[in-house]
Design a protein around this ligand. Structure first.
Ligand code: FES
Length: 104
């Protein structure tokens, strides 16, 4: 069964913003892009920088350190610095609270 964990209130995240949370000891980045919510691991697959605050355009977030762009829908990277996708997590809103499913 998928285990959804609460993160923070849906109203606390504006469009094209991201916020880091720790859920069950895992670094998760919650993003709102183009009005949709996404959850990915908050660790760049290039050199492990945190992605919080990275520029969001369309459904892509850019790593603040060297600028690799990741597709928030499936975590896949663009460009040559890394070929490793970000882990992505299921996300939903229940009663105004964002919840993320961690596969463990
Ligand atoms: S650490 Fe993210 S692009 Fe290098």
């Amino acid at each position: 069964m998928t285990d959804f964990q609460p993160a923070f209130a849906d109203g606390d995240l504006s469009d094209n913003e991201s916020r880091a949370v720790m859920i069950n000891g895992r670094k998760v980045l919650i993003c709102r892009a183009g009005g949709a919510l996404y959850a990915v691991e908050n660790r760049c697959t290039h050199q492990e920088a945190e992605l919080e605050g990275g520029r969001i355009r369309g459904c892509f977030i850019s790593c603040p350190l060297h600028g690799v762009r990741f597709d928030l829908r499936d975590g896949s990277p663009m460009g040559q610095l890394t070929r490793v996708s970000l882990p992505t997590y299921e996300i939903r809103v229940v009663d105004g609270m964002i919840e993320v499913a961690l596969d463990n």
